[in-house]
Design a protein around this ligand. Structure first.
Ligand code: FE
Ligand code: FE
Ligand code: ZN
Length: 170
């Protein structure tokens, strides 16, 4: 086995192990801020999946006989901080759901990029079990992104409307 690539793989895995835990903590804030019930439901579903991703990553560590360690993911920390800011700024206006979708899709795209890489590295390292688990996570991230895309068409239109505060309950 190529030790250099394996070390790189484990580093990236530790990064995503940290990222998923941060996402688990951030999603409830987005769910609370959403005024669209379809968006709330979609994010709630993805929160459950994200909790599953933490567990699945632990299985990946195990498949490499490695301890599950978290290494701070600076990227997701930044993406979540920006998300927090944009959501706070739009809390009381008609763009709130559009703002949440944009923040959530940035998270998904980072995850999709990372898991695409991890999946191919696991394959190159000959660990098919890891590649399969990572692929399951990757598919859930892609589905989450697709659902957000569908919702965004409607919610971006809504963001153009002038709505009195408190009437955004759809
Ligand atoms: Fe995830
Ligand atoms: Fe990262
Ligand atoms: Zn995700």
């Amino acid at each position: 086995m190529n030790d250099t690539l394996k070390a790189l793989f484990i580093e990236e895995l530790e990064d995503m192990y940290d990222a998923e835990q941060r996402i688990t903590k951030a999603l409830p804030k987005l769910i609370e801020a959403a005024t669209c019930k379809d968006l709330k439901a979609g994010l709630e579903k993805h929160l459950k999946e994200t909790e599953g991703h933490v567990k699945k990553l632990e299985q990946v560590f195990k498949s490499f006989d490695a301890e599950p360690n978290a290494a701070k993911c600076e990227a997701i920390t930044g993406i979540l901080a920006e998300g927090d800011t944009i959501v706070k700024k739009n809390k009381k206006n008609s763009a709130i759901n559009a703002a949440i979708i944009s923040a959530a899709q940035k998270v998904e795209h980072y995850e999709i990029a990372s898991y695409g890489t991890l999946k191919s590295w696991a394959g190159i390292l000959g660990n098919n079990e890891a590649a399969e688990i990572i692929n399951q996570i990757l598919e859930e991230e892609k589905n989450a992104d697709r659902s957000l895309n569908e919702l965004s068409e409607e919610k971006n239109e809504e963001a153009l409307e002038e709505v009195a505060p408190g009437t955004l309950n759809r």
